[in-house]
Design a protein around this ligand. Structure first.
Ligand SMILES: *Cc1c(COP(=O)(O)O)cnc(C)c1O
Length: 833
């Protein structure tokens, strides 16, 4: 059980809750609703210069967002002033991804401006939903890792920690997904096509990044030109991160790449204007796209440049800030904590060493000590294909000085291993950073930092025991766990206002900033009127989702049916295919016995497949075919329905999760590092059917396993079956499994798509069923049966949902951040004055 005490301590450390001293927040500095009106009207007129008849919702959205930004600007600037004056230890969160979603509604909620905003909407007869809809999702991330970064920023600002996020300002975020004839189609996400009202460009704080070579684009790919050094300019774009109550407004600083202003066309291009233009295009290409896959990036060379660009810009910026208040380089670890979100920014180890050696002129020993004490690293995955390594050749070309430093780090590290295990060359080879002509970035991050954490207890354990066992034995004190969390502001207060209201009516509103207070709901699990209010909140959320789906897609779903959801990136290990097999089994049961008494069920899927991940795209096609087959079959229509919702993003998650009754978290045990959608569902009163994997294990522990529908192989059983597992055994010995596969492989769902059938045969049988779908199908169906039985007893179901909500407080990102602050960063709140 986790350290409630740490979280509690951190909460005590907060000087006040927003309610106690609300005079400090932004909300109270606003004079009774007149002020925003005039701001709104000014922006509408002056920013667009249009006659009122031509003003549309997009212009209204921009004016609304700009007036909210105006309202917070003073306090945003004061936050910065306070940090400069108090000179606290600052936290820098470096991440290649921030999956932010929309900001207008979130900022209104966190500033507690809802009543003011509501008046404004009414007075101007504005369609609130339509205006909020005008804001594109800031989708600067692939999935969980990027969303975690966004939840952490919210928690750090709410807890008044002096923190800043650093990322890249991709012009194109995560692709938009269309479903055409059941297939995924990708479209570019040009989210900055229209001006973004939240960002503040700061060209005055641009930094210059030097590279060891130049580049050109030939035939669409990036080519290095050896021996001619070049530079890139990083221009910061700041976005406000509003803590709940509006007391602290931190900054997310995103870097855009540009060509130097003093760029010498002659020198670089021999006077050829076309070459010079190509050079400029190349520089600006660096932050053009987010790679649509967090495990295997295409265009890897450009990705490598992006990673260095993030690191170099951010370190130059934060070192400049450090130097302006601290003359002594040796105080760096007392004033700066840098958290590396996965290995993507782990070049920071070499870059910080370079700065301390070459710019500060420190000795190696002292530079290495400061580097380790300043940096900390979070590992996010055990999948071997996601452990980054970059060719040494690229370092030679682009970052020759960094390579020298890495070679030296590698030499010291091997020496340490040799001292520890004399004569054991195998060990030294395992811990080494260099090997096979590659630089192993996880090893670099572990060696160059004082903390390596996993993101759930089981993940941290497997990381230590298997993935990087030798490094963990060499530096046992560096390894720790920080179970992920989600912000209850966006995922409950904003996404599910009705449920939030029920909770506040019952136990007050302190849960918003202290989610462990949700425990106060435990005694109400049997309270008739509370149970009724929870049930009606869920029903309202389902009706609202039904209406939205009908209006936007024409799809009709039955709110009396169980809403059963699985929403996440499409990946074999997440096993959307196992969910598909479960649906086919239920379909078979209904076909065999039309009188079978089952609860009507609507299965929702949503998620994107990496464009180059062929099998994942076939899984999407298969699920859509199952949906169409069921819709066309009068025997099952009305009892089962499958809906694949296109273009999964934060806004879709905010709509669907509050409406869901059932959360599917069914990854092959040992593969999902933590998961965070599992936590969002739990906090919104859905019951979980899932495997013992990631944070789901801890969630079940918190709520009591009897209140979860757990099933399937454990991580140990999966690992132990590696030598002998045989999917054919299940086919031959389990009648229901065989019937499901026979139907699938007969092409029943994929009449005209032999490639889909072939892929299913290969994944599930011929290829050995790496992810153990067949081993877990029977137990999944058993758990599903238990779930259906409980649903037929509404009072017991609701009681269970309340126990889940009451136990979800541990999975607030405030608790996670309190642990990082205490145990890794040694950072304290710095209230704005
Ligand atoms: C929470 C979230 C995720 C992470 O989902 P997992 O089920 O934990 O993989 C991915 N994408 C979006 C848009 C999210 O909101």
């Amino acid at each position: 059980m986790v350290n409630e005490s740490v979280a509690a301590k951190a909460h005590r450390a907060q000087p006040s809750t927003p309610r106690d001293h609300s005079s400090e927040g932004v909300a109270d500095s606003i004079a009774q609703a007149e002020y925003p009106d005039s701001l709104f009207e000014s922006h509408l007129l002056f920013d667009h210069v249009l006659p009122p008849s031509e003003v549309g919702n997009r212009e209204r959205y921009e004016a609304m967002a700009r007036s909210v930004r105006d309202l917070l600007s003073h306090h945003w600037q004061r936050t910065d002033q306070t940090y400069r004056r108090e000179n606290p230890k600052r936290i820098y969160y470096l991440s290649m991804e921030f999956l932010i979603g929309r900001s207008l509604s979130n900022n209104i909620v966190n500033l507690q401006l809802d009543p003011v905003a509501a008046k404004l909407f009414t007075r101007h007869q504005l369609d609130k939903a339509a205006i909020l809809e005008e804001e594109p999702d800031a989708g600067l991330g692939n999935g969980g890792l990027g969303r975690l970064a966004a939840c952490f920023l919210d928690s750090m600002a709410t807890m008044q920690l002096p923190a800043m996020g650093y990322g890249l300002r991709y012009e194109y975020g995560m692709f938009k997904q269309l479903i055409v004839d059941g297939w995924q189609r990708e479209q570019p996400d040009n989210w900055l096509r229209r001006p973004d009202p939240w960002e503040v460009a700061r060209p005055g704080e641009a930094v210059e990044i030097r590279l060891g070579c130049s580049f050109e684009i030939r035939g669409g790919s990036l080519r290095a030109i050896e021996g001619i050094p070049s530079s890139l300019i990083g221009i910061p774009y700041d976005r406000p991160i509003v803590g709940y109550g509006g007391k602290t407004i931190n900054t997310l600083r995103l870097w855009a790449s540009a060509t130097p202003d003093n760029f010498d066309f002659q020198e670089f291009s021999g006077g050829d204007f076309v070459d010079a233009l190509a050079e400029r295009l190349t520089a600006e290409t660096v932050t053009r796209v987010l790679y649509p896959d967090d495990s295997t990036a295409e265009g890897r060379g450009l990705r490598f440049v992006q990673e260095y660009f993030l690191v170099a810009c951010s370190l130059a910026d934060l070192i400049r800030r450090f130097r302006s208040g601290n003359p002594d380089w040796h105080s760096l670890p007392d004033k700066v904590a840098i958290q590396l979100n996965d290995t993507h920014p782990s070049l920071a180890v070499a870059e910080l060493m370079r700065i301390l050696l070459d710019e500060a002129g420190l000795e190696w020993v002292s530079a290495w000590d400061l580097t380790k004490r300043t940096l900390a690293y979070t590992n996010h995955t055990l999948l071997p294909e996601a452990l980054e390594s970059w060719p040494m050749r690229w370092f030679e070309l682009l970052l020759p000085r960094h390579l020298e430093i890495i070679v030296e780090i590698d030499r010291h590290l091997r020496q340490e291993a040799a001292d520890r295990w004399p004569g054991d060359e195998g060990r030294a080879a395992c811990v080494g950073i260099l090997g096979g002509g590659l630089v192993r970035m996880a090893n670099l991050a572990i060696a160059g930092s004082h903390s390596t954490n996993g993101v759930a207890a089981i993940h941290s354990r497997l990381l230590r025991e298997a993935t990087v066992r030798d490094l963990a034995e060499l530096f046992p004190e560096r390894f720790n766990n920080k179970t992920n969390g989600i912000t209850p502001r966006r995922w409950l207060l904003l996404a599910n206002p009705r449920l939030a209201h029920c909770i506040t009516e019952a136990i007050g509103d302190s849960w918003i900033t202290n989610a462990s207070q949700l425990r106060g709901l435990l005694p109400l699990a049997d309270d008739k009127s509370f149970v009724a209010s929870i049930r009606s909140a869920k029903r309202e959320a389902k009706l609202q989702f039904r209406d939205w789906l009908q209006a936007t897609s024409g799809i009709a779903v039955d709110p009396e049916s169980i809403f059963d959801s699985q929403v996440k990136r499409i990946h074999e290990y997440k096993r959307q295919l196992l969910n598909g097999l479960r649906i086919v089994a239920l379909y078979n049961r209904l076909k065999a016995n039309p009188k079978l008494d089952i609860q009507p069920r609507t299965f929702f899927f949503a998620g994107k497949a990496a464009p180059a991940y062929h099998v994942a795209k076939l899984i999407i096609k298969f699920l859509n075919n199952v949906a169409a087959t069921i819709d066309g079959d009068p025997d099952v229509r009305g009892r089962l329905k499958v809906v694949f919702l296109p273009d999964y993003n934060v806004s879709l998650a905010e709509r669907l999760i509050p409406a869901s009754d059932v959360s599917n978290q069914i990854s092959t045990a040992g593969y999902e590092a933590s998961g965070t959608s599992n936590m969002k569902f739990m906090m919104n009163g859905a019951l979980t059917i899932g495997t013992r994997d990631g944070a789901t294990i801890e969630m079940a522990e918190a709520a009591g396993e009897e209140n979860f529908f757990l099933f399937g192989l454990t991580a140990e059983q999966v690992a132990g079956s590696r030598g002998w597992y045989n999917p054919w055994w299940h086919y031959e010995n389990e009648a229901e499994t065989r019937a499901v596969l026979d139907l699938l492989l007969s092409g029943h769902f994929c009449r005209n798509e032999p490639e889909v059938v072939n892929a299913l045969r290969n994944v599930l049988l011929a290829g050995g069923d790496t992810y153990r779908h067949l081993a877990d199908l029977g137990p999944y169906l058993d758990a599903d049966q238990r779930l259906q039985t409980l649903y037929s007893r509404p009072d017991e179901w609701s009681k269970n949902a309340i126990l889940n909500i009451a136990s979800s407080g541990r999975f607030s990102s405030d608790r996670t951040i309190a642990e990082y602050a205490d145990e890794i960063w040694n950072a304290k709140p710095c209230p704005v004055t």
